[in-house]
Design a protein around this ligand. Structure first.
Ligand SMILES: [Zn+2]
Length: 477
């Protein structure tokens, strides 16, 4: 992670750090557009996905956070953009927003939250920092910020994510520390994010008291930590008793609202637990929870047990546990786990049949769709995989995972033109235009594209080149 960050920091350092922060935004500066913000966020997220070992590539957890986040964003009157959530396997309690509406969530935050409202309270607060444009306002210019400066800030946020010692020191030097110190939101911004976040929490139907409860929990956790270190979240979002009291008194003035957690909230937490540490330990943990009935949710305890057994290569027992799980909860996540168990038992046909039936029952579940197409492909049924992927590609033309699957299927079929064409769209959607153009050139020279296909590719190459030239110009401005 340090490698790319230092590269990014070096690239922007001469301009971004060559002056004192409050003076930024001289006459030459033009306002940064939402598209540029999005590009900067994309480039950071792309680097995280490809290079950060803690990036957790789990479409189910992303899907869950996306659904929770969009409920909160819809309840936030200032949210005009889409938010995209991604997960980092990191035990520290943290969440952070990047330019462009990308929100990173540490697994530690998800496991620390005991109710869905608690998790929602942190996401709502983070969304509010974005919608209130705090990052830009912190630097004293609401609209006038240079793109390189914003990129530097994004890099510093990431560096400070869990290793503040590395963040300020070695890599971006003394000026980096200046940016770092600017990254702590001030008391006023925290108050505003709490207020706006609480409003959306309430409007989206969550328990508004959860915010104060969770703040209190974080403060206790800080006091109890052995090395006295401050969790990442509290470092960039300083917490004091006044904030907790404010959250309490605001929630007290709101009508009481009980919120029933979604089954997915508990299943996601169980999945994270089942996949961390030693597989055998995870099995014992869930096994005793189930036997002693020590759980917040029986479904989650049984799901965790089945997932842990699968991980411990005890697929038969996992299958038996899954039967008991099915009797008490029906959600898409149970079906994808069932299919993974079937695959582990060597029953590829059974896994595909199960996923096809599950898709009819949960037609809007994207993770189920990826699993279905993947299972068909894995079973060597390439044409059926293509057929299953066709309509979703029209329906969700911005879904990177669908293009990645498409490219993989074409590769298995030996259709090189189509393989590279699909891969180009993966890169284009991830904001990596030179890599996308390179794939299109590979498609052109693959030799198996017809005249019509080649002219489509030529048009696309011209489009992407023009877009890339424009963005390069904007970034250097
Ligand atoms: Zn904050």
């Amino acid at each position: 992670m340090i490698g790319w960050l230092s590269a990014l920091a070096l690239a922007v350092a001469p301009r971004a750090f060559g002056q004192t922060l409050p003076d930024l935004g001289g006459v030459a500066d033009a306002p940064i557009t939402p598209q540029m913000e999005r590009r900067i966020g994309e480039s950071v997220v792309r680097d995280i996905r490809s290079r950060d070992p803690s990036y957790l590539d789990d479409p189910e957890i992303e899907d869950y956070l996306g659904a929770l986040g969009s409920r909160l964003a819809q309840a936030n009157p200032g949210a005009r953009q889409d938010f995209e959530f991604f997960v980092l396997r990191d035990p520290t309690i943290n969440a952070f927003a990047l330019p462009g509406g990308f929100v990173g969530v540490h697994t530690g935050l998800i496991t620390m939250a005991e109710t869905e409202s608690e998790l929602a309270s942190v996401l709502g607060h983070e969304i509010a920092h974005v919608t209130q444009r705090h990052m830009a306002r912190m630097l004293g210019q609401q609209q006038q910020m240079q793109a390189p400066m914003l990129a530097a800030i994004a890099a510093a946020i990431l560096l400070g994510r869990s290793r503040p010692d590395l963040a300020a020191g070695a890599v971006i030097g003394a000026q980096g520390a200046a940016v770092q110190s600017q990254l702590s939101y001030t008391r006023d911004y925290e108050r505003e994010a709490d207020r706006v976040g609480l409003q959306s929490l309430q409007a989206a139907g969550f328990d508004p008291r959860a915010m104060a409860v969770f703040f209190d929990k974080m403060q206790r956790a800080t006091r109890l930590s052995d090395d006295g270190s401050v969790p990442g979240y509290l470092r960039t979002h300083p917490l004091n008793t006044e904030r907790i009291a404010d959250a309490q008194s605001r929630a007290a003035s709101l009508p009481y609202r009980q919120h029933l957690d979604s089954p997915e909230f508990q299943l996601v937490r169980a999945k994270l637990r089942a996949e961390s540490g030693e597989a055998g330990d995870a099995v014992s943990h869930f096994d005793s929870s189930v036997r002693e009935k020590r759980y917040a949710s029986e479904a989650a305890a049984r799901y965790g047990l089945a997932a842990a057994l699968l991980r411990a290569r005890r697929a038969q027992e996992a299958d038996a546990e899954l039967g008991r799980l099915r009797a008490i909860v029906s959600v898409a996540m149970v079906e994808t786990l069932a299919a993974r168990i079937k695959q582990a038992l060597g029953d590829k046909a059974g896994a595909s049949a199960l996923l096809t039936a599950a898709r009819a029952k949960y037609p809007y579940s994207r993770p189920l769709l990826y699993a279905q197409v993947g299972a068909l492909e894995d079973a060597g049924r390439h044409q059926e995989a293509l057929a299953a992927n066709a309509e979703p590609l029209r329906q969700y033309p911005r879904d990177v995972r669908l293009y990645a699957l498409q490219s993989k299927i074409y590769a298995s079929l030996g259709k090189r033109f189509l393989q590279h064409q699909a891969q180009a769209e993966v890169y284009a959607l991830q904001g990596s235009l030179p890599a996308a153009i390179e794939q299109l050139q590979l498609a052109r020279s693959a030799g198996d594209g017809d005249f019509y296909q080649l002219s489509v590719v030529d048009v696309r190459i011209r489009e992407l080149r023009a877009q890339h030239a424009q963005e390069t110009k904007d970034l250097k401005r």
